[in-house]
Design a protein around this ligand. Structure first.
Ligand code: IMP
Ligand code: MG
Length: 189
């Protein structure tokens, strides 16, 4: 079998925090948990783009409920690794979620600003229920109290890239999750 070509920017990583294999296993376990919780129910999955694109695509293909997919855009990081506080949420949802069970998916729960704001917006649209699934949780960084029902990995307070997560819009295509060498963050933190 041909050797899988690695992403050249893998060389920019100082270290890997979560391997590709660990992600695969954990996503399967999360899907299993979600399948059990929503058995016999119709589901509306709402992904926060761009960060949640890769996680959502892997998770979605393992969900067994009849489901619909929509995306919402939120950005709090305009550059660098520091949140600008209040996120900008573009409410461009196409689906009517009133009376529907919603699973909100994001890449990472950090300060809690984004997810608490999006969660509130979905509740205001009178969803029957809203639960949250994140791949990563940086508990130490929480400013707004918010907990997700489904969490892939709790990680320490380090800025990570890969598997959909970016630094200045780069590195989303790295298949694992890791921390960049400091020179690549230089001057932008
Ligand atoms: P919060 O609003 O501070 O919880 O931040 C949520 C958003 O910030 C996430 O959806 C990510 O896009 C971004 N973010 C937070 N921490 C990281 C990180 O370590 N790497 C890349 N993006 C991050
Ligand atoms: Mg994001």
């Amino acid at each position: 079998m041909a050797q899988k070509k690695s992403v050249p920017e893998l060389k920019h990583l100082d270290h890997v925090l979560v391997s590709e294999t660990a992600i695969k296993r954990r996503v399967a376990a999360l899907a299993e948990q979600i399948n059990r919780a929503y058995r016999g129910k119709d589901l509306t999955v709402i992904a926060i783009v761009n960060g949640a694109i890769i996680f959502t695509s892997d998770l979605l293909r393992q969900l067994r409920s009849p489901l619909r997919l929509d995306c919402i855009r939120a950005s709090s990081y305009h550059s660098g690794t520091h949140s600008t506080g209040k996120p900008v949420i573009v409410d461009n949802l196409k689906l009517d979620i009133k009376g529907h069970h919603v699973l909100l998916v994001d890449d990472i729960l950090d300060t809690g600003n984004t997810l608490s704001a999006v969660h509130e917006l979905l509740r205001a649209k009178q969803a029957a229920s809203v639960r949250t699934c994140v791949l990563l949780d940086k508990k130490e960084r929480r400013i707004v109290p918010f907990e997700a029902e489904y969490v892939g990995f709790e990680i320490p307070n380090e800025f990570v890239v890969g598997y959909g997560l970016d630094f200045n819009e780069r590195y989303r295509n790295i298949p694992c999750i890791g921390v960049l060498k400091s020179k690549y963050y230089a001057g932008k933190i």
